[in-house]
Design a protein around this ligand. Structure first.
Ligand code: ADP
Length: 168
């Protein structure tokens, strides 16, 4: 019998981008469901609160039944254990992501050797998108249309105003 396979996709998602959504959509080709886990981190330069990020993710995913959005704090492996999930999904953009991801995957396996981390390569259109880049560009009045889903674009415009040089 086929058992339901769920993976945990953790991150900061401040804000969610097309890069994240691409990993989620492609992850759903491999897994029956995904739990997107938003880290409750007190980052100094955060733009959106954890609650806002959850709402933005839910809005962007248009309540796809296969995806749940939750929050967690503390150790990821502990949260995975609580959720009864043994696969962590992460995206890889560039070589620069590799060292950190490699260390984290190994550390997590050391903490719980029943947990595996699976990496998906970014789509070629998205390798340059990071939440930090989106935050910084939006803050400075640049246009991030095309990098984030429409509801995130709207939320960024509410925070920072329309991009400089925009028609309206
Ligand atoms: P960021 O690094 O953009 O601040 P997160 O901490 O929210 O993002 O990242 C969560 C996961 O999503 C990480 O595994 C990260 O590598 C991945 N990710 C983020 N942006 C992209 C992208 N453009 N393509 C593929 N994976 C991505």
């Amino acid at each position: 019998m086929h058992s339901v396979r769920i993976a945990l996709y953790p991150g900061s998602f401040d804000p969610p981008t097309h890069g994240h959504l691409s990993i989620i959509q492609r992850g759903l080709k491999i897994f029956d469901g995904l739990t997107v886990a938003v880290l409750k981190n007190p980052a100094k330069d955060a733009v959106f609160s954890v609650e806002e990020r959850v709402d933005l993710l839910r809005g962007a995913l248009r309540s796809d039944q296969r995806v749940q959005v939750k929050t967690f704090s503390g150790l990821l492996v502990k949260f995975a254990q609580e959720e009864g999930v043994n696969t962590i999904l992460r995206g890889l953009r560039a070589v620069s992501d590799f060292e950190y991801e490699f260390q984290m995957a190994n550390m997590n396996r050391k903490l719980d050797n029943g947990i595996e981390t699976l990496f998906m390569m970014t789509g070629e259109d998205y390798f340059y998108i990071s939440s930090r880049f989106v935050r910084d560009v939006a803050r400075l009045g640049g246009d991030v249309a095309g990098l984030v889903p429409p509801n995130v674009l709207e939320a960024l415009r509410r925070k920072f105003g329309p991009p400089q040089g925009a028609q309206k």
